[in-house]
Design a protein around this ligand. Structure first.
Ligand SMILES: Cc1cc2nc3c(=O)[nH]c(=O)nc-3n(C[C@H](O)[C@H](O)[C@H](O)COP(=O)(O)OP(=O)(O)OC[C@H]3O[C@@H](n4cnc5c(N)ncnc54)[C@H](O)[C@@H]3O)c2cc1C
Length: 294
């Protein structure tokens, strides 16, 4: 089966999710990895280019990372091609001339297996497929963007203030996320110190972003970001269904909450019932020692 992987780049480097998809796709069929030339995503021009390339290459399957831009691109390319589309999948197995995809539904309450007739476009959540250790970067074919729509014009790009030293939430392999249990923004030093020793990104519940304690880009959940890290640490987060919708696919979940009946414990792999203000500094010190920094 011919598979077209559409890679995304950030600062000229291929994003991790694209490397994950390319590595897996190579085990599923004959794979070509393409990237649209140009640093700035353009919905019309990029989806046009991907649809043309998919047709010309004879691909049966187009795989795209389910990132903010990737989800938009994949849906538009599928519509242009008139192909089936499965969004935000966590696994995919070619079977009997179709693709069997796994995807969370109903805000993460169920995991559905859907049969997608080929040809199809499928977007894959970051972190769903492990990147084999030492995997080499795939050979990349650059494709030119298609024609723009004359009614659209690019005005400016404004980087967010939080786009600083930490890895982006969507691609982080470890996330330390915190909720209203932190009591106020002045206590975030605790979250950041733990995140730094774990090499993690920082996330937040909506209660926190709504209160203006943290920027909106950090919000995890149904109306925030969907994340699939190897480790998700939830500090003072109750575990409302809307929060869980964005993080239940995390591989290992650690929850710290003083309420033993908090819903977060229902999905946690490791639970600490206690006061986060006592636990977190001690835990950070312990991790530092294990890593040889303390
Ligand atoms: C349409 C809709 C969409 C939504 N989308 C999202 C979303 O995308 N993301 C999201 O997060 N929410 C979302 N919400 C809000 C969601 O329902 C919850 O209100 C929110 O997740 C609660 O945030 P929290 O867990 O930080 O706060 P709380 O529910 O107030 O929980 C705070 C927790 O901290 C614990 N705690 C307090 N003090 C300590 C301490 N000292 N040590 C340890 N633990 C402590 C408490 O026991 C409690 O469990 C949405 C709601 C709606 C209606």
């Amino acid at each position: 089966m011919k598979i077209l992987v559409v890679a995304e780049k950030k600062d000229e480097a291929i994003r991790r999710v694209s490397l994950e998809i390319a590595a897996k796709a190579a085990t599923l069929g004959e794979t070509e990895v393409v990237a649209v030339t140009g640093a700035r995503y353009s919905p019309i021009a990029w989806s046009g280019a991907v649809a043309e390339k998919a047709k010309a290459s004879g691909a049966q399957l187009v795989l795209v990372g389910a990132t903010l831009n990737g989800r938009d691109l994949a849906a538009r390319a599928a519509a242009k091609l008139g192909w089936a589309y499965a969004a935000d999948c966590t696994d995919l197995v070619p079977k009997d001339g179709a693709a069997e995809a796994r995807r969370p539904m109903y805000a993460g309450k169920v995991r559905a297996t859907v049969k997608v007739p080929l040809p199809a476009v499928v977007s894959i959540r970051p972190g769903s497929w492990a990147l084999p250790a030492g995997a080499s970067a795939p050979k990349l074919t650059e494709i030119a963007p298609g024609p723009e729509d004359a009614r659209l014009s690019f005005e400016r790009f404004e980087a967010t203030a939080s786009g600083g030293k930490r890895v982006s939430l969507a691609e982080a392999r470890a996330i330390v996320s915190a909720g209203r249990g932190m009591k106020g923004p002045e206590n975030w030093k605790l979250v950041e110190e733990l995140a730094d020793v774990l090499g993690a990104a920082t996330g937040a519940s909506r209660a926190v972003t709504d209160a203006g304690w943290r920027p909106n880009e950090e919000q995890v959940g149904q109306t925030g970001k969907t994340v699939t890290p190897d480790l998700y640490v939830a500090l003072g987060i109750s575990g409302a269904i809307q929060h869980l919708a964005g993080m239940t696919s995390s591989k290992v979940i650690v929850a710290v909450n003083k309420d033993p009946d908090a819903d977060i414990f229902k999905i946690a792999d490791y639970g600490v019932v206690g006061d986060l203000f006592e636990f977190v500094p001690a835990f950070t010190e312990a991790v530092k020692k294990v890593k040889g920094n303390g």
